[in-house]
Design a protein around this ligand. Structure first.
Ligand SMILES: [Zn+2]
Ligand SMILES: [Zn+2]
Length: 226
């Protein structure tokens, strides 16, 4: 097994399960686009090495060991620093950085990582608003909630957006949605209908379906109106 394959599994387990839960075979198969049988084989290997990367039980799924957690956060740190570097220094659009970072995250040295962090002033968040793990393995915390839970006629600030779908990111740019921007939920359609949103002080109201809204997290502000 190559080290970038190990990294991808550890990162996926951390992203699915966080610190306290287990990632199931099915959820990993879906996230990594591989068959459940190959996930099972890989999880066995990751738990059989010494020291183990993960703790694995057939019917309960996988949990990261301290070694696995440290490695997952290291790879996520690489990924998010690279995204921010590509975006702010090299001028990549925010919908282009994720695919590039997926390749480069496995390749950069610790020196290169340190240089990027230094040039960018030890940043805490990437271009999509995701926290960049610190060198010591802690994560900057910013409490936020899904846009789906916003109350009608309230204002919130976008804190992060999913980086998985570049077409979605292009759409969000075209309507001005990015971390730090204020949005006003004008109204919510009945029966799980669309969310009608105004971005900053723009006159136009955009209809966001549930899939789009689910990809966005916000910090609530007090008070209504725009
Ligand atoms: Zn990314
Ligand atoms: Zn990102």
């Amino acid at each position: 097994m190559g080290s970038s394959a190990i990294d991808d599994y550890l990162k996926a387990i951390f992203q699915i399960a966080g610190d306290n839960n287990r990632a199931t075979t099915a959820s990993l198969a879906e996230k990594l686009s591989v068959s459940p049988a190959s996930v099972t084989g890989m999880l066995k290997k990751l738990s059989d090495v010494e020291p183990p990367w993960i703790e694995y039980q057939k019917h309960r799924g996988a949990r990261l060991s301290p070694r696995g957690r440290a490695r997952a956060l290291e790879v996520i740190r690489h990924h998010r620093l690279i995204e921010l570097f590509l975006h702010t220094v090299l001028g990549y659009r925010w919908d282009q950085v994720h695919a590039e970072a997926e390749r480069l995250e496995h390749a950069i040295s610790e020196t290169f990582e340190d240089r990027i962090a230094e040039v960018l002033g030890d940043p805490e968040f990437d271009p999509h608003g995701h926290p960049i793990p610190r060198r010591d393995g802690t994560l900057p915390i910013r409490s936020d909630t899904s846009l789906l839970h916003m109350e009608p006629d309230t204002v919130a600030v976008v804190s992060r957006v999913s980086d998985q779908d570049s077409e979605m990111l292009q759409y969000l740019s075209s309507v001005g949605v990015k971390p730090g921007v204020r949005i006003h939920l004008v109204e919510r359609g009945p029966f799980d209908g669309p969310l009608m949103l105004r971005v900053e002080k723009a006159a136009k109201v955009h209809a966001f379906g549930r899939r789009l809204a689910a990809a966005i997290r916000v910090r609530k502000l007090q008070g209504a109106g725009s």
